[in-house]
Every structure is written in structure tokens, then in C-alpha cells.
Write a protein that binds this ligand. Structure first.
Ligand SMILES: Cc1cc2nc3c(=O)[nH]c(=O)nc-3n(C[C@H](O)[C@H](O)[C@H](O)COP(=O)(O)OP(=O)(O)OC[C@H]3O[C@@H](n4cnc5c(N)ncnc54)[C@H](O)[C@@H]3O)c2cc1C
Length: 320
């Protein structure tokens, strides 16, 4: 019988840790085991305490001034020590820019597997974690199970609903650990220029594609977005090729779940659509009636976005 026990969650993004606790609780209850969260950083006691309300039986806090900033080596070493000691059965790691590589390296050190970007998690009749992830450019969903433990899966933001706070708090456990000096020193970090709200959290996204001719024309989308209190998104070419944005929506970008997604001048190929499947309502504005975006759109406007967007803004402003 395996000595691995318990479901654990970790992300350097504590909002994502909280989201994963909901799914973690469900898995732990089915397995009749405990749920724990790991928080690594400095001066995070209050935040770790806050997490204890969301279903975790225990929140393990690893604090040290040397852990103030995320450092892949130090965080990996700390996480490895904790997990090697507690031997969880399942570990969910937030699929962030830092989380994904750390999960893979952790799996390597623990001699186990890692399944990235899981959009659904369940258990099979043998209690093994069944991970679902989008594959083949968004054309298929793969179901995967592990042969080894711990079973390490990474989870993107908003893959699962936020859990409701519980009546009773889990226990906060401070870990006493020695942080070794990493071999690589981070000399400087600069914040990436991104929108103030994470696009994965936006309720309304007005997104543009190559149908937008000039960078200045983004102001047209901003006009509509302002009325709807939304955020601007884009397809990959506008970020990767034209460098107008630093992030994009889609398979290789952000998966979003807004209440409203307006795709302006976006063709809607599979790689883009893979990121917007969870949107509640999709509106497409495209001059080509054959554009694939209309296949997934709830509402479609065939027309020139340079005419439609100003008219839409005007109509919205007239709304009481
Ligand atoms: C491995 C891989 C991963 C990828 N990941 C992503 C990803 O995460 N996200 C992503 O977006 N793409 C991704 N791509 C790129 C993707 O394949 C497409 O190239 C891209 O999504 C196309 O962007 P677009 O729709 O803006 O441009 P286009 O395909 O060129 O579409 C422009 C659309 O605008 C319409 N249009 C033009 N002018 C107007 C106008 N005045 N008014 C209204 N409509 C107009 C056109 O009819 C057309 O439908 C990926 C590609 C690969 C190979």
C-alpha cells in the first residue's frame, strides 16, 4: 500500500491557492483524506490564516526573508523538503509562469509525473487522479492518470470555482526550515506591463484581432470597454507579431471565463477559441460571414468593426 496520503495545493499566487482548495476539498472528501495548503514567502501569516477558511485542514506556512521574492531554486528546495517529508498523494500546483516549471522540476526530483494545465480533475474507481487537459490545438480533451505518486497536476486560474468560506478554520502550522542560499542571484525584476486586473478575472472582455488596422484604433475598443467596465484582450498576433500587447487570449495565452466576450476582427481559429470556451456569452464582430468565430458565437454581427464599434458605444451610452 502507498505511504502517500492527503491532497495538497500550492501556488505562489494565493488567490489561485484558494481556488484550488475548492477542488482539493472535493478530492480529499472522496478519498477520505486530509487537505493541506502550502504558503511560501515572507510576512504572509495573515494571508495564510485567511486561506484556512476555505476548506483546508492545515495550512503550512514556510516563512523566511529570503523567500520574500519568488526564486525558483529556493521555492523548489523548500517545497521539495516539505513534500518529501509529508508525502502527499495528490499535489495541485497553480499553472502560473512560475508554478508550471516548479511543478515539473518537483516531479523530476520526486521521481513522479506531472500533468500540466488540467481543466478538470476527478478520481477513478481505484482512487487515482484523472486529469483532463485540452490537447491537439484545442481539438481534443485528453484524460490522463498517473502510475506513480505523488500525482502532480497543475491547474490554471479560474479552472474551478472559488470555494465558499467554511464555518471552521483549518489549522495554521508554521514550518521551521533552513533556506539555502540559491546559486543564482536575481539582480533585478521589472513588472510586465499588463492590465491592472488579471484578464482571467475580467467579467467583460472586448478583444481585438488582426482586423484592427492601427495601434491607435485600440482606443475604439477602450471606448466600448469603458462603458461596460470591461478589459481589453487580443488574439496572439497582436501581442506576438505586432507587439501592441504583452499578453493574449487563447490556447498558448490566457484562458478566460468572462460573462461577456466580444471578439472584434478575430477569425476564431481553434487556438483562439480554446481560450474562450468558458465565456458565458460570446459576441463576434467580423466582416467575413464565413469566419469560424461565428460558429462559437452566441451573437454575431457581420460588418466592419470600424462602423460597428462606434455605433455600439453610442447605443450603450444611451442605456439607462
Ligand atoms: C501552437 C499555436 C498556438 C497558438 N496560440 C494562439 C493563442 O493562444 N491565441 C490566439 O489568438 N492565436 C493563437 N495562435 C495563432 C492562431 O493560429 C491564429 O493565427 C490567430 O488566432 C489569428 O488571429 P486573428 O484572428 O486576430 O487574425 P486573422 O486570422 O487574420 O483574422 C482577422 C479577422 O478579422 C476580420 N476582419 C478584418 N478586417 C475587419 C474589419 N474591418 N471589421 C471586422 N472584421 C474584420 C477578418 O475577416 C478575419 O476573420 C496559435 C498558433 C499556433 C500555431
Amino acid at each position: 500500500m502507498s505511504e502517500n496520503k492527503g491532497v495538497w495545493v500550492f501556488s505562489e499566487d494565493l488567490d489561485l491557492t484558494m481556488e484550488m482548495l475548492g477542488k482539493g476539498r472535493e478530492l480529499a472528501d472522496k478519498l477520505q483524506t486530509s487537505l493541506a495548503a502550502v504558503v511560501i514567502g515572507n510576512n504572509l501569516k495573515k494571508k495564510a490564516d485567511g486561506l484556512a477558511k476555505y476548506g483546508a485542514d492545515k495550512v503550512y506556512l514556510a516563512e523566511d526573508p529570503a523567500l520574500e521574492r519568488f526564486h525558483p531554486e529556493s521555492h523548489l528546495a523548500v517545497l521539495f523538503n516539505i513534500l518529501n517529508n509529508f508525502k502527499p498523494e495528490i499535489l495541485l500546483v497553480g499553472s502560473t509562469r512560475n508554478g508550471k516549471p516548479i511543478a515539473a522540476r518537483l516531479a523530476m526530483r520526486l521521481g513522479t509525473g506531472c500533468i500540466p494545465d488540467c481543466t478538470n480533475l476527478d478520481l477513478d474507481e481505484r482512487g487515482r487522479l484523472v486529469c483532463e487537459r485540452v490537447t491537439y490545438g484545442g481539438n481534443a480533451v485528453a484524460k490522463l492518470v498517473f502510475k506513480t505518486k505523488p500525482q502532480i497536476a497543475t491547474v490554471p486560474a479560474r479552472a474551478f470555482d472559488e470555494p465558499e468560506p467554511k464555518d471552521h478554520n483549518g489549522q495554521l502550522v508554521k514550518l521551521d526550515l533552513k533556506v539555502e542560499t540559491p546559486k543564482v542571484e536575481i539582480v533585478e525584476t521589472k513588472p510586465l506591463e499588463t492590465s491592472s486586473v488579471r484578464i482571467e478575472e475580467a467579467d467583460v472582455i472586448i478583444s481585438c484581432g488582426r482586423g484592427l488596422e492601427k495601434k491607435e484604433d485600440i482606443s475604439m475598443l477602450e471606448g466600448v470597454s469603458k462603458v461596460l467596465c470591461g478589459q481589453i484582450g487580443c488574439s496572439r498576433p497582436l501581442a506576438e507579431d505586432r507587439k501592441w500587447f504583452s499578453e493574449w487570449v487563447g490556447l498558448s495565452g490566457h484562458k478566460v471565463r468572462p460573462k461577456l466576450y466580444v471578439a472584434c476582427g478575430i477569425s476564431g481559429v481553434i487556438q483562439h477559441v480554446a481560450g474562450i470556451r468558458e465565456a458565458k456569452i460570446i459576441v463576434a464582430i467580423n466582416k467575413d460571414p464565413e469566419a469560424p468565430i461565428f460558429e462559437v458565437a452566441d451573437y454575431g454581427v457581420v460588418g466592419n468593426l470600424y462602423e460597428i464599434l462606434p455605433a455600439l458605444k453610442e447605443a450603450l451610452q444611451k442605456q439607462p
